[in-house]
Ligand binder design. Structure first.
Ligand code: NAI
Ligand code: PHE
Length: 356
C-alpha cells in the first residue's frame, strides 16, 4: 500500500539502518520488519528515488511484504528489505562506483550480525551478491559457482505462472491457452513468465520501457502495448512485473481485465484498490503469495537444504495457497489482499508443515 511521507518514520518495524556515502552519493537503507519467526530476509533494490523519505517508505512497504511472504509460504524467516537510493538511475552508475556501493552495503549488513539476510531484487543480481558475499556471509542468491543458489528470478516466474493457472481455474477462465495475458516489465522475472505463458498458448501483450526487451519478445510473437496504455488495454490477465503501486483505486475502476496476477511487489497502491477490484469481480492474486517462488528457491536451497524437486513441489503449491486465499475472500466477503493477510497471520502463529 502507498504510505504518506509521515508513515516512513512512524513505521513500527524492528529496525532501520541508514548510511550515506558522499563519494558515490548513494544512501543505504535497511529495514527489518520482523524477526519474530526467524532471521529477516529480503532483497536489495537499487533505484533512483525522488527523496530519502520515498526510499524509507518503499523499504518499509517492501520489508512488510517480505514478512507476509515468508509467513504465507510457511518459511521460517522474518521479513526485511534493503533499498539503495542512487543519485542517478542505475544505468548511469559506473562499475567502480557500483563496486564501492555494493561493498559498503555489505558492510552495513555485516554489522547487523545476521538478523538480516539480503538477496537480489530490482537492479541487483547474483554477480552483485557475489561482491556482497566478499564482505558478509549474510547473503542469499550468490552465483552457483560461488556456493549460492543463483538467480531467484526463474523460480519466481514459475510461481507466478502457477498463480496464473490457479487464478484462471478459480475464475472460470479454464487453462492459459487462448487467454490474453498483458505483461508489464520483461525483466528477469517478466521475461521468463512471458516465455512460459507463450509456450502454454497465451496471446501475449507486453510493455517495457526498454525497447530491447520489447524487440526480444516480438521474436516469439508478443505484441507491444504503449506504456501509457498498460492499464486501459483489455486483457484476461494483467501481470505487473516491473515496479509496485501499479493499481490504485482509479486504475482498479477502469481496468479491463478479469484478473491481476504479477511478480511486482506491492502491486496495490492504496487500501481501496483491493475493494474496488473485488466489487468489480476482478480476481487479484496478492503479490506476496504469487511471487514467493524466489524466496522458496533461496531459503529452500540455502537454509533448508532442498533439492530441485522439493523446490519445484513447494513452488507448485503456490497455486493451492492462492486458491485458499480466494476461498477465504469469498467466504468472508473481504478483498483477496485482506484474506491473504489473514492467512499469513494464521500461518505465522501456527506454521503448517509445508504442503506437497
Ligand atoms: P528487473 O529489473 O529484472 O525487471 C524489471 C523490468 O521492468 C525491466 O525490464 C524494466 O525495463 C521494466 N520496467 C521498469 N519500469 C517499467 C515501466 N514503468 N513500465 C514497463 N516496464 C518497466 O526486475 P525483476 O527481478 O524482474 O523484478 C520485477 C518485479 O518482481 C519487482 O517488483 C521485484 O521486486 C519483484 N520480484 C522479483 C523477484 C526476483 O526474484 N527477481 C522475486 C519476487 C518479486
Ligand atoms: N527479492 C526477491 C523477493 O522479493 C527474492 C528474495 C527473497 C531475496 C528472499 C532475498 C530473500 O522475493
Amino acid at each position: 500500500m502507498a504510505m504518506d511521507p509521515g508513515d516512513a518514520f512512524r513505521w513500527d518495524g524492528e529496525l532501520t539502518l541508514t548510511r550515506h556515502d558522499p563519494e558515490t552519493g548513494a544512501t543505504f537503507v535497511i529495514r527489518v520488519d520482523s524477526i519474530r519467526h526467524g532471521r529477516a530476509a529480503g532483497g536489495t533494490r537499487a533505484a533512483h528515488y525522488p527523496s530519502l523519505t520515498d526510499a524509507l517508505a518503499d523499504a518499509a512497504r517492501l520489508a512488510d511484504a517480505m514478512t507476509l511472504k515468508m509467513a504465507v509460504s510457511n518459511l521460517p524467516m522474518g521479513g526485511g528489505k534493503s533499498v539503495i537510493a542512487l543519485p542517478v538511475p542505475r544505468k548511469d552508475i559506473d562499475t567502480r562506483a557500483w563496486d564501492r556501493i555494493l561493498r559498503l552495503h555489505a558492510e552495513n549488513i555485516d554489522r547487523l550480525n545476521g538478523i538480516y539476510w539480503t538477496g537480489p531484487d530490482v537492479n541487483t543480481n547474483s554477480a552483485d551478491m557475489d561482491i556482497v558475499g566478499d564482505t558478509t556471509g549474510f547473503v542469499f542468491g550468490r552465483s552457483v559457482g560461488r556456493g549460492g543458489a543463483g538467480s531467484s528470478a526463474v523460480n519466481t516466474a514459475v510461481g507466478v505462472f502457477e498463480a496464473m493457472k490457479a487464478t484462471a481455474r478459480f475464475g472460470g477462465m479454464g487453462g492459459i491457452e487462448g487467454l490474453t495475458v498483458l505483461i508489464q516489465g520483461l525483466g528477469a522475472v517478466g521475461g521468463h513468465l512471458a516465455t512460459m505463458a507463450a509456450e502454454a498458448g497465451a496471446r501475449l501483450l507486453v510493455a517495457d520501457v526498454d525497447s530491447d526487451r520489447i524487440a526480444w519478445a516480438q521474436r516469439f510473437g508478443c505484441n507491444p502495448v504503449p506504456i501509457q496504455q498498460v492499464t486501459t488495454t483489455p486483457c484476461d490477465i494483467f501481470a505487473p512485473c516491473a515496479m509496485g503501486a501499479v493499481v490504485d483505486r482509479a486504475v482498479a475502476r477502469r481496468l479491463s481485465a478479469s484478473a491481476v496476477v504479477g511478480a511486482a511487489n506491492n502491486i496495490l497502491a492504496d487500501a481501496e484498490a483491493g475493494s474496488v477490484l473485488r466489487d468489480r469481480e476482478i480476481l487479484y492474486a496478492p503479490d506476496f503469495v504469487s511471487n514467493a517462488g524466489g524466496a522458496l528457491h533461496l531459503v529452500g536451497r540455502e537454509v533448508l537444504g532442498w533439492d530441485d524437486e522439493t523446490v519445484a513441489s513447494y513452488t507448485e503449491a503456490i497455486g493451492q495457497t492462492l486458491t485458499l486465499v480466494y476461498q477465504i475472500s469469498a467466504a468472508d466477503g473481504v478483498p483477496t489482499d485482506v484474506a491473504a493477510r489473514t492467512l499469513a497471520r494464521k500461518r505465522a502463529d501456527a506454521p503448517e508443515p509445508l504442503a506437497r
